[in-house]
Design a protein around this ligand. Sequence first.
Ligand code: EPU
Length: 422
Amino acid sequence: MDVFRIEGPVRLSGEVSVKGAKNACLPIMAAAILGGGKSSLAPVPNLSDISVFSQLLEQLGCKVSRSPDGLLSVDSTVIDNQVGEYEIVRTMRASICILGPLLARCGRAEVSMPGGCAIGDRPINIHLRGLRELGAQIQLKNGYIIAEAPNGLVGKDIFLGGPFGSTVLGTANVLMAATLAKGRTTIESAACEPEIVNLADCLNTMGAKISGIGSPRLSIEGVKQLHPAEFQIIPDRIEAGTFMVAAAITQGELRLRHCRLDHLMAVVDRLRDIGVTVEPTTNGCVIAGNGPVKPADVTTQPYPGFPTDLQAQFMALLALAEGNSIIVEKIFPDRFMHVAELNRMAADLRKEGPAVVVAGVKKLIAAPVMASDLRASAALVLAGLAAEGTTTVNRVYHIDRGYEKIEQRLNPLGAKITRESV
Ligand code: EPU
């Protein structure tokens, strides 16, 4: 298993290019099932989650290949198996988004029920409710969701909100299924995340008829079939936000290329509020830390609110603020595994229900820490860049799921990170 040894503190400076968005690629790879031919997407990052999802599609009968420069093709001419196996689904929850397209194309899908996860309970009841509304018969058997619609799906007005607001992959599943349903579907309380906009645009390129894209009300006029397409993936806003925090926490200056600031308005707002400079450029931005940050209140919300996927990274940054901050998690109320680890690095964080009180400290001190999930591990790396001494981050396979060769991209900017197999 690999670990990172991170020597700090460092000051980052230089230029870095943001990769294609993992969370846009995964549902769009699933959408390729609907095309019945060879679709291609780019730029697709070289990540373990992408390889695992490729294996899942290959088990269904698809042919998947990725070139070194990030062009990924999915040939879904043949789908001769409709089962998403437990062995794959248990390692990656996003596997659930094959359910809608398989059901719509084949009239049947069997997908292992995803299990628990380090960021808390992650039910899929809303996905199933939405597909049932479209006419699917769904039962749970031996840990598998068995969904059937032998005579096809039928469009309907569906409310897809839940106790924590909209659902990203739930919207993706129902949207993909509705493209081939008979008649019109309306999804009310649809997720508005840029990844869903990217997916809906891709489906329209494949011949779907979706309107209201980017709003909480999606309208889908079902069509008889979709065709393959070539499609562009948006830049990864969470990776971009992580680099922004890297500049701020090291009081450095980074130029981000291939970055959509319009997808990061809530994040930029918080950064400017705490004294970080963010200047737009033609295809990205320049971000500069100006000494210790001011404290802030941060509440995670569905898009366009502050993303839960940057909560841990902001906690690392605010741990060094000149005063007390409050971070409230409104999407995954238990997504706080990083709190205890950051406290091991001399942060002063106190969890109060779905919130954390962050008392700013003057410095962080290196320690051995344990990554628990993708974004928590990013937060530990960021903290390690700023901390005094050598931080060891264990279980870096979590970070490899969502950040391509992060140490090889941070080191040219002034980081001192080595990867070791232990
Ligand atoms: N929820 C339900 N029932 C459902 C579905 C969701 O109650 O059927 C709840 C969840 O428990 C949560 C809230 O609704 O409280 C929102 O969850 P959502 O369904 O939107 O999450 P997701 O679609 O499973 C995606 C991202 C996550 C990201 C969330 C929120 C992908 C592959 N995953 O998950 O990304 O945190 O949206 O923005 O797109 C990550 O990249 O590290 C990551 C975890």
